[in-house]
Design a protein around this ligand. Structure first.
Ligand code: DQA
Length: 143
């Protein structure tokens, strides 16, 4: 079973981007952590990043078309703005788990609304890179 791990805008800069908020791990580091845990769980991960909203929409459609077990989605800033992602998550049957490194509810008011959460199966936020690992464990246990 394959679990897609989709990352939105600015997450290509992880490691150097506001490390006090997002930690020192790069997205490659996180991908490595996920690959290690995936091997133990007997699943595969497909990790991608784009700064473009439409790519994330296309990849959500692809996850369903390819029969992915689940999608872990850190939509980054699009979380708080994107009706297109809300609609895409609603349009597919593949379960989507919202992931954030930081806890958006403990931050600026504009981060308190999540279009992703309104359509997702569940959300994991605030554990840094471990948010992804926790979400992978949850995804691997989905029926
Ligand atoms: C983020 C939180 C978002 O509010 C922010 O726009 C990001 C990263 C996180 O992982 O903590 O880019 O999704």
């Amino acid at each position: 079973a394959t679990i897609y791990v989709l990352n939105g805008p600015n997450l290509n800069l992880l490691g150097m981007r506001e490390p006090d908020v997002y930690g020192a791990d790069t997205l490659d580091d996180i991908a490595g952590m996920l690959e290690d845990r995936a091997r133990e769980l007997g699943v595969e991960v497909e990790v991608r990043q784009s700064n473009h909203e439409g790519h994330l929409v296309d990849w959500l459609h692809e996850a369903q078309a390819e029969g992915a077990r689940a999608v872990l989605l850190n939509a980054a800033a699009f979380t708080h703005t994107s009706v297109a992602l809300y609609d895409a998550i609603r349009a597919i049957r593949t379960p989507v788990i919202e992931v954030h490194l930081s806890n958006p509810h403990a931050r600026e008011a504009f981060r308190h609304k999540s279009y992703v959460a309104m359509a997702a199966h569940g959300s994991i936020s605030g554990f840094g890179a471990q948010s992804y690992v926790l979400a992978l464990e949850a995804a691997a246990r989905l029926p």
